[in-house]
Design a protein around this ligand. Structure first.
Ligand code: SF4
Ligand code: SF4
Length: 492
């Protein structure tokens, strides 16, 4: 008879044993960053002011393009399918310029990241800028860090209701202004501003403002660092773009450790420069401790550098215990070797490739912008029927022809057909004799659509498809646009 004592008990534990399983959800711990002053904080204030000014003011800048054209400097005109950017006007068929700008923005971001780490996240990302703005309001209403922590824990007294209510109201006003500014990029700003208040704006404008107001209010006021840590893919992508020469915010533990609380001069021989004051943690908007090493959460805002430099000034230590440093520079320091020069860090093969790519796309776009056509012709062959045999045996094909005048002034043009020696054209709605050419006046920045019939005498074209050209020629300038069209005749 078998005995349970014969079965050996193996000393093993499931890697995800239930009693040790950590919950998948962890509630957010509130972060109340302390106010800090210093070089990087000042830089952030200035960049924030510039970026907010650009965002809010741009739609209000006027630009005279002449009669009948919008006088808004930057306008995405969905109704007429145009993008206006000061003196540049992009038509739908020139969308490759927008693609080029996106490529330049992407390569520029790669370049900045490989040199300066997550500088975009720390200084220029809208989430960072708006969270900073919301935090500033919070400090203004609720006070310093300790006062904010006390207020959060306090019961809902009248004082708390008033403070929180005022804060939320100001956040909401900023959020509405943010959503409102966005829609002004898509219509004439002064007109839309009045329409919004008189209830005459399009429903989509109100809906867009509502969505952007809600996202700004929630992301900037409540979710804050969680957007960067959990929602944004950029920290993961950036991890792959950083290398040992990229500058990131680094705690120089070769200088700071062993950390300890010592007075000026005391124990300097045993302890490092870090006095373990936790100021670097208290000012961090992400709530992390940079002394634990490089972390995905760190947005390299450098506020911990400012905080620590302030502490070093008080303790008589040298600045930059926390500093912008590359992995190579950090290791060289730790080993007492010479650190790589900044110019070598910036101009290395990887960054030079990014710079070259960025410049190449930029120059190509500038050249294309300088030589691009401002006159174009688009042709669509009638499908049903492809051709018509008339009573005298001649063959007729119909085409929808669009003449595009992309200049901001009217121009006189000649519409012409060539490549079919005996063919003549007529245009629906006009009573001219059949001819090979027709003159038209094109309005500024407009498309003229014509229904053109091309007719060839019996037996003058080969059966099947014959290539020919439909052209539009500027009668004053030198521009000409051609379209390779096909004339269909019956296959016997
Ligand atoms: S602020 Fe500087 S001194 Fe204070 S804990 Fe951080 S690293 Fe140490
Ligand atoms: S660790 Fe320093 S650089 Fe990183 S997010 Fe916090 S304060 Fe900014």
């Amino acid at each position: 008879m078998a005995d349970v004592a014969d079965v050996e008990k193996v000393d093993v534990e499931a890697v995800n044993a239930r009693r040790k399983r950590a919950p998948l959800y962890a509630a957010r711990k509130s972060i109340h960053p302390m106010r800090v002053s210093g070089t990087f904080r000042r830089l952030k204030w200035r960049l924030m002011a510039v970026m907010l000014a650009i965002y809010y003011i741009t739609p209000w800048i006027r630009w005279d393009r002449g009669e009948g054209l919008p006088d808004q400097a930057v306008l995405i005109d969905m109704a007429h399918r145009r993008f206006f950017f000061f003196f540049i006007e992009i038509w739908p068929q020139e969308f490759y310029y927008v693609a080029g700008m996106l490529i330049m923005a992407g390569v520029g971001l790669f370049l900045v990241t490989s040199v300066l780490g997550r500088a975009w996240c720390g200084y220029a990302c809208p989430q960072t800028v708006w969270v900073d703005l919301f935090l500033h309001v919070e400090r203004w209403i609720e006070g310093r860090r300790n006062a904010r922590i006390r207020l959060e824990k306090a019961p809902w007294t009248m004082d708390k209701i008033v403070k929180r209510g005022t804060k939320y109201l100001i956040w909401l006003l900023i959020a509405v202004a943010t959503g409102g500014a966005w829609v002004f990029y898509f219509a004439d700003a002064p007109t839309l501003f009045v329409d919004l208040f008189t209830g005459e704006a399009a429903t989509v404008a109100y809906a867009t403002i509502a969505v952007l107001t809600a996202t700004t209010f929630i992301f900037g006021g409540f979710m804050r660092e969680q957007v960067c840590t959990y929602m944004c893919p950029w920290p993961r992508i950036q991890g792959a773009m950083l290398d040992e020469n990229s500058l990131t915010v680094t705690y120089n533990d070769w200088r700071g450790e062993p950390r300890g609380r010592h007075r000026k001069g005391e124990g300097a021989d045993k302890l490092g420069d870090c006095v373990d004051c936790n100021m670097c943690v208290a000012v961090c908007p992400m709530g992390i401790d940079i002394r634990d090493g490089s972390q995905l959460e760190c947005i390299t805002c450098a506020l911990c550098i400012d905080a620590c430099n302030g502490v070093m000034a008080k303790t008589g230590g040298l600045p930059n215990l926390i500093s912008y440093s590359s992995l190579n520079a950090y290791e060289a320091h730790a080993e007492g070797k010479e650190t790589p020069r900044l110019l070598k860090v910036i101009f290395r093969p990887r960054t030079l490739i990014y710079m070259g790519l960025w410049a190449a796309v930029g120059i190509a776009m500038l050249v294309m912008l300088g030589v691009r056509d401002r006159l174009d012709v688009n042709v669509l062959h009638d499908r049903n029927p492809q051709y018509v045999t008339l009573s005298d045996g001649s063959i007729r094909n119909g085409f929808t022809v669009k003449l595009l005048n992309m200049e901001q002034k009217p121009r006189r043009v000649l519409l012409a057909i060539s490549g079919l020696p005996d063919a003549l054209m007529t245009v629906a709605g006009d009573d001219f004799w059949p001819s090979k050419t027709r003159e038209y006046e094109l309005a500024a920045d407009k498309v003229l659509t014509l229904h053109v019939f091309v007719t060839t005498p019996a037996g003058s074209v080969e059966p099947g498809a014959t290539n020919f050209r439909i052209s539009v020629i500027d009668l004053v300038g030198i521009e000409q646009a051609n379209y390779g069209a096909i004339f269909y005749a019956p296959e016997n």
